[in-house]
Design a protein around this ligand. Structure first.
Ligand code: COA
Length: 217
């Protein structure tokens, strides 16, 4: 009987030109705002989150209470914001502190802790593959998180962090250039303004001079 239904479902997808290679793709979006100009690949869970324009997220990423800005590049297997367990109570099991029944049971009528804290990821952030970001953190504009990192502290704008726990390995630019990039807020410009980035891609200073000369566009 199950095989029969599977066959029917596969036929249905094939009819619309969707080729499923043995597995069903799981795409879960709950109480979230995903820009029409953003792209999310493969399997994913996006829960209570917000994804900005021109950001892409690679396959098998699972986000909860995570706000992501514009132009972010996110590698596969990002795990962001899956909750907090108390470390100094008798137990770490949510059965004793949460009404959410994670294990199917709860002994409380009121939550005892704040189980989730929002994560804020700025604009133009590059997150390598296999990264974990813990609850409540802020990743500044232009930051880079190296492959395989576990981020346990806030990351300042244009810092490059890597490792477990993630530590600063360098900054992308001098403090002066970073300040000017942050003031430029180039990610809020219209498509015409964005063409300057393509034009001066490796000439950061020339790009900034041009943007500063043009003022608001
Ligand atoms: C973080 C990253 C961008 C840094 O690149 P980079 O500026 O060329 O850095 P370097 O190779 O000069 O490394 C600088 C130092 O950081 C260390 N480092 C770099 N990446 C690291 C990482 N992911 N984890 C731990 N340490 C790392 C290097 O070992 C080196 O340490 P050392 O100075 O003690 O020798 C890059 O290493 C990275 O992780 N990129 C992600 C790639 C990826 O996930 N691609 C898929 C995209 S979808």
């Amino acid at each position: 009987m199950r095989a029969f239904f599977k066959k029917i479902i596969l036929k249905f997808f094939r009819f619309f030109g969707i080729k499923l290679q043995g597995t069903i793709v799981k795409r879960i979006v709950v109480e979230s705002e995903v820009s029409e100009k953003a792209k999310i690949h493969g399997d994913y869970t996006i829960r209570k989150s917000k994804i900005g324009d021109y950001t892409y997220i690679s396959q098998n990423s699972h986000l909860s209470m995570t706000q992501i800005g514009k132009f972010c590049s996110i590698g596969p297997n990002l795990m962001s914001g899956w909750g907090i367990h108390p470390v100094s109570a008798v137990s770490t099991s949510p059965m004793f502190y949460s009404t959410m029944k994670q294990n199917g049971f709860s002994l409380v009528t009121q939550n005892k802790i704040e189980e989730q804290k929002p994560i804020i990821i700025g604009n133009d952030v590059f997150i390598g593959m296999n990264v974990i970001i813990l609850d409540g953190l802020t990743i500044g504009d232009g930051a880079i998180i190296g492959a395989g990192s576990v981020v346990v502290k806030d990351v300042a704008p244009y810092e490059i962090v890597a490792g477990n726990p993630a530590k600063v390995i360098k900054k992308r630019f001098s403090d002066d250039i970073i300040d000017r990039l942050l003031v430029s807020k180039w990610w809020d410009k219209d498509l015409e303004g964005l063409k300057l980035i393509e034009k001066y891609f490796f000439e950061v200073e020339t790009f900034l001079n041009e943007v500063e000369e043009l003022g608001d566009t």
